[in-house]
Design a protein around this ligand. Structure first.
Ligand SMILES: [Zn+2]
Length: 412
């Protein structure tokens, strides 16, 4: 099976290249916004939806011939087409969401991009003829040959590269690479995972995973910097400095968390033939007072890692229906008990079994996942998994990581 993976590397553009990239980010943003405006206008005028092809003609091809947009010709046209492709995807996702074709939370219509967005990005596809040169630099058409820090090798020729500037002013190249899966030797163990609030995750074998101390410490430091920032006067030089500081700290916390989640997901996939996770409506939970801890936990990113690693290494990954009462069902007798307050950590069923709240939930998730899976008669392999948008900067391969332990889980 083909699997799409993302490989991210730090880029070090020269000041001149930074200027050219800024120009490309700007042009991509203008094309995106022009496209969005054209469709909004058509809608206000009661006209039909502007097709992808017509929109491209209007805001790229024809726009380049006008004095107001002539400068679009100075950047790679693929970058402009890809910006429109992003807009088209945003519209399709929105339509699928309002028509009910797409499950999960409602998706908002596309929004205008701003030069103040914390993430600026442009994408080059193969058509753009980007290239990794023998000297290790990345050739970006109309931007020059940009130095790259190759933290690991690309396993195959990339099909596209996204150049990103983050809020901390750092540049990254994110390559999408098609690889075939590399099944690991089969194992008999299967695992259910409960994504909890007291622990990051609890496994059906009783393992409780807590976010490591260094991560909690970094998150605390970030909060302190954010408080400092809120006390600085608007428009002041000190505030500008504080903004950069917060952005850098934020990026560091995100990198650290991602790296930790990679080690954890790799270990779980390596040790289990099948992984079952509760399909939590994280967004639903996020609206409650639990929002902070839920979003800090970053479960969505974590389960996405489990999913694509399962595909890559020939394991089964399945989500269990979110309305399933995993917490209050006794994993011994199947009885569904009364709802429990969040602070109830262990409980005894009328059948006599005493349960740890989260381990019991994880055991139920595993059982439900196996039942679901067998119901569908599935020996079918999952569909190709698309590359995740926020893939890792560095993640150790399963083999390289096999001897290392993951902080917070002693069992692995
Ligand atoms: Zn019971």
């Amino acid at each position: 099976m083909r699997v799409q993976l993302r490989y991210n590397y730090r880029l070090y553009p020269t000041p001149g290249q930074q200027q050219l990239l800024a120009q490309a980010f700007g042009c991509a943003r203008v094309v995106f916004n022009d496209g969005l405006r054209a469709r909004q206008q058509a809608r206000e005028n009661g006209d039909t939806y502007v097709s992808d092809g017509d929109l491209s003609k209007q805001v790229i091809t024809n726009a380049k011939t006008t004095p107001e947009r002539a400068w679009l010709g100075e950047v790679s046209s693929v970058v402009l087409q890809q910006a429109l492709a992003d807009l088209n995807v945003a519209y399709r996702t929105f339509f699928a969401s309002i028509s009910g074709k797409r499950r999960g939370r409602k998706v908002a219509p596309p929004r205008f991009r701003s030069r103040k967005d914390s993430r600026q990005a442009i994408r080059f596809t193969k058509n753009a003829r980007f290239a990794v040169l023998v000297n290790g630099r990345l050739r970006l058409p109309k931007n020059g040959d940009v130095p790259v820090r190759w933290s690991r090798q690309l396993p195959a020729e990339p099909s596209s590269v996204t150049v990103i500037k983050d809020a901390g002013g750092r540049y990254f190249a994110s390559f999408v690479v098609q690889t075939t899966d590399e099944p690991l030797p089969a194992t008999v163990s299967e695992v259910g995972i409960d994504l909890g609030l007291t622990h990051f995750a609890v496994l059906s074998d009783g393992t409780k995973v807590t976010a490591p101390k260094f991560l909690r410490r970094a998150a605390r430091k970030l909060r302190r910097l954010q408080q400092d920032l809120s006390r600085k006067q608007r428009g002041s030089q000190n505030r500008k400095k504080a903004v950069v500081k917060v952005a850098r700290a934020h990026a560091r916390v995100a990198d650290t968390r991602r790296d930790w989640q990679h080690k954890l997901s790799t270990a779980i996939i390596r040790d289990n033939q099948a992984v079952y996770v509760e399909d939590l409506c994280v967004v639903g939970l996020g609206r409650t007072r639990l929002a902070k801890s839920v979003h800090d936990a970053g479960w969505a990113a974590f389960t996405a890692m489990l999913e694509y690693k399962a595909a890559q290494y020939g394991r089964t990954y399945a989500k269990v229906d979110r309305f399933f009462p995993s917490t209050r069902m006794c994993s011994d007798c199947g009885r569904i008990n009364e709802k429990m307050a969040l602070d109830v950590r262990s409980w005894t069923c009328p059948c006599g079994s005493t349960h740890d709240r989260d381990v019991n939930a994880a055991i139920n998730i595993k059982a439900a996942g196996r039942a679901d899976f067998n119901d569908r008669g599935v020996q079918v392999r999952p569909a190709p998994v698309p590359a995740q948008r926020d893939e890792a900067v560095i993640h150790p391969s399963v083999a390289a990581n096999s001897a290392r332990s993951v902080e917070g889980i002693s069992v692995l």
